[in-house]
Structures are given as structure tokens and as C-alpha cells.
Design a protein around this ligand. Structure first.
Ligand code: CNA
Length: 280
């Protein structure tokens, strides 16, 4: 029913109209919000897809419940399941997708205001999006520290531990606490950068939301900060987070890579995008 609401800002609720809007209105402030679904094509499973998602495949780790793998109190008692997963997800094993490259293209063209990602795989950085353009809302594998005394552990030691399936410990002999990558576990605070930037979507002239179930707060509220008259595009396998309810929401249901290719095509950027992806 909501699809029938007449658009206010766009001519129609289609990608072609979005492309026209970007070109004719000289859109320069695009916020992108992403989740695990932009990395599944790279071979990294998401959490919640039935059958293929991580939560559906954690049985072999003998967890009391799937989310325990990212639960800080569970980790204190048993860090092994997390490190089993870390071994699989660790950066360096995967290549950025067409969708990551599309975000880089937005940056290259000076159109990216900010990328908010829930992902911890660092593929945005690997695609060449500069760190200062990214809010890693749930942290990342880029650094790590002792959960007791907070002393950082050098990358080389961390990488070796993950490679050799060992649980890294604090180097301070008097401490010997468990070391954890700076990814946000359930029960932990989000990085300061998230709070500092969380109202930024209110100053965007376009929002693109891709590959997320929008089921984790406070990230899930970000699209609601986008102004009512600002178009929001959802590119996702399923409809999520009430997107589609506003007059200028555009729903592109399907694979992220296919969706961004369609948008790039409508903008006349498809060759550039494919070329960038080939070189990444
Ligand atoms: P999620 O809850 O698993 O949701 C993923 C969403 O993406 C679902 O709506 C899927 O339907 C959709 N989806 C999956 N594949 C595709 C695809 N190819 N094209 C389009 N849509 C697709 O994941 P969220 O990110 O929403 O949940 C937040 C968690 C997941 C964050 O805390 C992340 O740290 C965590 N996570 C991150 C990674 C990663 O870094 N790559 C992997 C797995 C989980």
C-alpha cells in the first residue's frame, strides 16, 4: 500500500528517478549505511540469513545461544568460540565486493558524506574508502587490547595468534588478561565516533541503506534521522526497518551488487564501477 504514496522530492520511486535527482539537484551529501549483507558476496556469511548465516552455523561451537559468541561475559569465561570465528572472519582473506567499490566511487566523485557500517571485516578500507569517511559503529579488527588493563597488543602478535588459532593474552606479566579485537560486543559501549556522528544523516541529501537487517540498536535508528523530504534507498534481499513507509523511499529488493550496478548504470557510471572493481 505504501508503495502507492506519491513521491514529494523524486519524480517516481525508481532508481532512474534517483539517478536524475543526484545529477540534476547536484547531490553532494550522500550517507551510506551498511551491514553484513554487503560482504556476503565476498564469501563472509552474515548473521541472520536462514541456513547460510553465522547464527545458523554456530552449533558446532557448542554455544548456549548464538549471540553468546559476541557476549562479553561469555567471552571472559570462554573465548574459544569467538577466536574460532575470528580465524574465519579475519581481514586479509576476502576481497571487497562491487558494493564496496560503489561506495569508493561515491567517495572519488566527492559525493560521500559518511559511511556508517556495522561490519567488522574492514573491506570498506580495503576498497580504498579513507578511514575518516567511515564510522565503524561496531568497531573492527583493526586494533585490539586487553579486556582487563586495556593495554594494546601489537598487530603482528595478534595476527600470529589468530592464524595459529591461539587465544592472545596481555603482554603485561602481572595482568595476563584476555585480549579482544576492538569490535563491540553485546553489553559494550559503541565507539565515540558513532555518537559524535549519529545525527549527521539529518544533513544528508540522499541515504543509501544496504545489506542490513536493521535489527541492532542504536544503529537501526540511523535512517530515521534522515529528513522526511530526503530520499532513502534500501538495497537489500528483504524489506527491513520500516523503509518504504515514506513518500521518497525507494526499495530495491535483491542482491546488493545487482542493485548498485543498476544504480551505477542509471548514473552512467557502470563501466567506471566495473573497472574500479577489477582493479581492487
Ligand atoms: P544481519 O542481521 O545478518 O542482516 C543481513 C541483512 O542483509 C539481511 O537483511 C539479509 O537479507 C541481507 N543480505 C544478505 N546478503 C545479501 C546480499 N547479497 N544482498 C542484499 N542483501 C543481503 O547483519 P547486520 O549487519 O544487519 O547485523 C548487524 C551485525 C552483524 C553487526 O554487529 C556486524 O558486526 C555483524 N556481522 C558483520 C559481518 C562482517 O563484518 N562482514 C559478518 C557477519 C555479521
Amino acid at each position: 500500500i505504501e508503495d502507492d504514496i506519491p513521491p514529494q522530492t523524486l519524480e517516481s520511486r525508481t532508481l532512474e528517478s534517483v539517478a536524475k535527482y543526484i545529477t540534476e539537484r547536484k547531490v553532494r551529501r550522500i550517507v551510506v549505511m551498511t551491514g553484513a549483507g554487503i560482504s556476503t558476496a565476498a564469501g563472509i556469511p552474515d548473521f541472520r540469513s536462514p541456513d547460510t548465516g553465522l547464527y545458523a552455523n554456530l552449533a558446532r561451537l557448542n554455544l548456549p545461544y548464538a549471540e553468546a559468541v559476541f557476549d562479553i561475559s561469555y567471552f571472559r569465561n570462554n573465548p574459544l568460540p569467538f577466536y574460532t570465528l575470528a580465524h574465519e572472519l579475519y581481514p586479509g582473506r576476502y576481497r571487497p565486493t562491487v558494493t564496496h567499490c560503489f561506495i569508493k566511487l561515491l567517495y572519488d566523485k566527492g559525493l560521500l558524506l559518511k559511511l556508517f557500517t556495522q561490519n567488522i571485516d574492514c573491506l570498506e578500507r580495503e576498497a580504498g574508502v579513507p578511514g575518516e569517511m567511515i564510522v565503524e559503529a561496531h568497531g573492527s579488527f583493526a586494533s585490539q587490547r586487553c579486556i582487563e588493563c586495556k593495554t594494546e597488543l601489537p598487530d603482528t602478535i595478534m595476527k600470529k595468534a589468530v592464524r595459529e588459532r591461539e587465544v592472545p593474552r596481555c603482554l603485561r606479566k602481572t595482568c595476563n588478561g584476555l585480549v579482544k579485537p576492538d569490535i563491540v560486543f553485546f553489553g559494550e559501549a559503541l565507539p565515540e565516533a558513532f555518537h559524535r556522528n549519529r545525527t549527521l544523516p539529518a544533513s544528508a541529501d540522499l541515504a543509501i541503506i544496504m545489506g542490513t537487517s536493521l535489527s541492532v540498536q542504536p544503529f537501526a535508528s540511523l535512517p530515521s534521522y534522515v529528513r522526511e523530504e530526503t530520499p532513502r534507498i534500501l538495497i537489500n534481499l528483504e524489506r527491513v526497518g520500516g523503509l518504504g513507509s515514506r513518500a521518497d523511499d525507494v526499495l530495491i529488493l535483491g542482491e546488493c551488487d545487482a542493485g548498485v550496478r543498476k544504480l551505477a548504470d542509471a548514473l552512467g557510471w557502470l563501466d567506471e564501477l566495473e573497472d574500479l572493481w577489477q582493479r581492487t
